[in-house]
Design a protein around this ligand. Sequence first.
Ligand code: SF4
Length: 333
Amino acid sequence: MKAHQLMPATLVLPFDTRPDLAATMDIQIPALAWQPVEDHRYRRTYHLDGCRVEVTAWQDDHQLCFSIEDSNENGPAEVGDHLRGEIERILRATFPVQIADLDLGTHPILVALHQRYAGVVVMWADPFEALVLTMLSQNRSGETVRQVYPQLADATGGATPAGLVSCGETRLREVIRSAGPYKAPRLFDTAVHVAASGGRGAFADRLAGLSPREALADLVALPGVAHKTAACVLVFATRTRATLPVDVHLFRVTDRLGLVDHDGRNTTATREALIARLLAHGGDVTLAHFVFLLVGRTTCTATAPACGGCFLNEHCRHAITAPPDPLPPEAAT
Ligand code: SF4
């Protein structure tokens, strides 16, 4: 057994609803900085004050547990009080509330989603980290981002704006190659802009001080940032209740469910109409937007929605109006 598996929990976060750590870590942008490891645990490295601090998270009944270790070249070691306090502050901010704590309104579909995913923790991320993770995830799978991000963080001292600038565009291109080397100039130019504007903290303060509309405009002015990326940053980092990221999965699932109507074309007008329809159920729907993606990854896949086994089929427009699922070959003979 590895040494880090013996480390006791140094931080415990209790929740009223039993946490669902696997679903929490599935597709949310902040979760892409965490790696699934043995025994249903997740691990990531924080780079603080020139130190690498490794955090392992696991679930124990109604609580999330974390071990915090100094990950230096001599192996795991105890972390000093100051660093530990800072990491604990970050972890408390990263795992703040659950879907159960949100108000998703009274629509039967949203009530069903609220119940099914009640234990999922709605994660938070520092705005610049959320921006980097979202840019890496453009046209790439979560698995690819999980592979690339630790390498990027190691090469840049934690994917800070200054670290990305110091790393340089050429080296960035190599480090993020599997997530798309064409993203290196965008990341570099964004880092230059944020670093010149005061760095990560100033970037966060600026977004927090702007109206949602202004913050969205600020973000989409950055290279390689369109509405979906900007909305991801605002939802996960600033908890905006004014917009949400619309991707093909949310587009498909909400339409099949009958929560929205559109002509199938993902245009700006369609996207804004979709957002307005979802927000009519309350601003907390923005924070919970990713539950539609969880449905899309499990039963409501693009090619073959498995309506027969879907917990939403009683209320779903597609399931009610479409022909039943064909019998599997062995049952049809
Ligand atoms: S019932 Fe079918 S179409 Fe509706 S959400 Fe579930 S899998 Fe998708």
